[in-house]
Design a protein around this ligand. Structure first.
Ligand SMILES: Nc1ncnc2c1ncn2[C@@H]1O[C@H](COP(=O)(O)OP(=O)(O)OP(=O)(O)O)[C@@H](O)[C@H]1O
Length: 275
């Protein structure tokens, strides 16, 4: 169902409420970059939305509209020029270990093996050698990476490297995971496989996930709610509940009648923003 939009409401059933707790409140967020002495770029314009605990939220918008800027502000990496972010009611003023961040670029250290890359965050946290090996082995097994523990990043495929990046974050067990176009650089088959991996991960852990993408199909496949941003300076254009059954398969869900209907309706809304 379409919510919070000037567009006509559409008749799609409401999704069952995932959780009543509000994890994030984004209030009147503005951001302006100063690039030169006299040049400024307005990127975010009065952004308001909330994110519930255990929610899988996708944020979709045209290229360059300010999606990464928004996520960087929500993770405490960047201070906004206006507005605020509340994390469980408390103003967020710096980065927090409660949030794990997965980006498009590979973050593995080339001189470390896959397993020692997975262990890196736990090492920094001071987890004992025995414990971190135990956790890393289990995570690698679950991510179908058993047998590649001693491989170096250059010996892994793009999809495998991405799975190492994901479980590196899971190893430190953050409550919230931010993903900024994590599969943007991958081929379509690897992308679909990883979407399935993320779907099962969310089913298992029910972590709060915010997933940034410019791919509407990916957003509808994964999320329980999709927020559409306008062109820069980005504002929230609309929100859609994604009332598709779970567990989902990224390979099959896109042929579901309801998926096609949702895609069509959301695309009607998004296409005017895509130049
Ligand atoms: N550090 C910065 N200084 C100045 N301008 C910036 C900076 N970071 C981003 N921008 C500009 O802000 C705008 C929004 O960038 P941002 O990366 O947030 O968009 P995006 O929606 O994530 O883009 P894409 O989908 O292409 O990754 C762009 O015009 C970009 O050039």
């Amino acid at each position: 169902m379409l919510i919070n939009s000037n567009a006509k409401a559409i008749e799609l059933p409401l999704q069952a409420t995932v959780a009543s707790n509000e994890k994030f409140i984004v209030k009147g967020l503005n951001h302006r970059y100063s690039v030169k002495k006299d040049k400024r770029i307005d990127v975010l314009d009065n952004i308001d939305f909330t994110v519930k605990e255990k929610e899988f939220l996708a944020i979709v918008g045209p290229s360059g509209c300010g999606k990464s800027t928004l996520l960087n502000i929500m993770s405490g990496l960047l201070k906004p020029t206006g507005g605020e972010i509340l994390l469980e009611g408390e103003a967020l003023s710096s980065t927090t270990k409660r949030i794990g961040y997965i980006s498009q670029t590979d973050t593995s250290m080339p001189w470390r093996t896959a397993i020692s890359n997975v262990e890196l965050g736990m090492e920094i946290k001071g987890v004992s050698k025995k414990k971190r090996r135990e956790i890393a082995l289990k995570l690698m097994q679950d991510a179908v990476l058993a047998g590649f523990e001693k491989s170096f990043p250059y010996e892994l495929s793009g999809g495998m490297k991405k799975r190492v990046d994901i479980i590196k974050v899971l190893a430190i067990d953050p409550e919230i995971i931010f993903m900024d176009e994590p599969f943007g650089a991958l081929d379509v088959f690897t992308r679909e496989m990883l979407q399935n991996y993320i779907l099962s991960l969310w089913e298992k852990t029910k972590k709060t996930i915010i997933f940034i993408t410019h791919d509407l199909t990916e957003a509808i496949t994964l999320a329980g709610r999709v927020i559409i941003l306008t062109n820069r300076p980005a504002t929230v254009k609309s929100e859609y509940k994604i009332d598709l059954p779970r567990p989902r398969s990224s390979f099959d869900i896109r042929y579901d009648k309801k998926f096609i209907e949702l895609h069509k309706r959301i695309w009607e809304d998004l296409k005017s923003e895509v130049r």
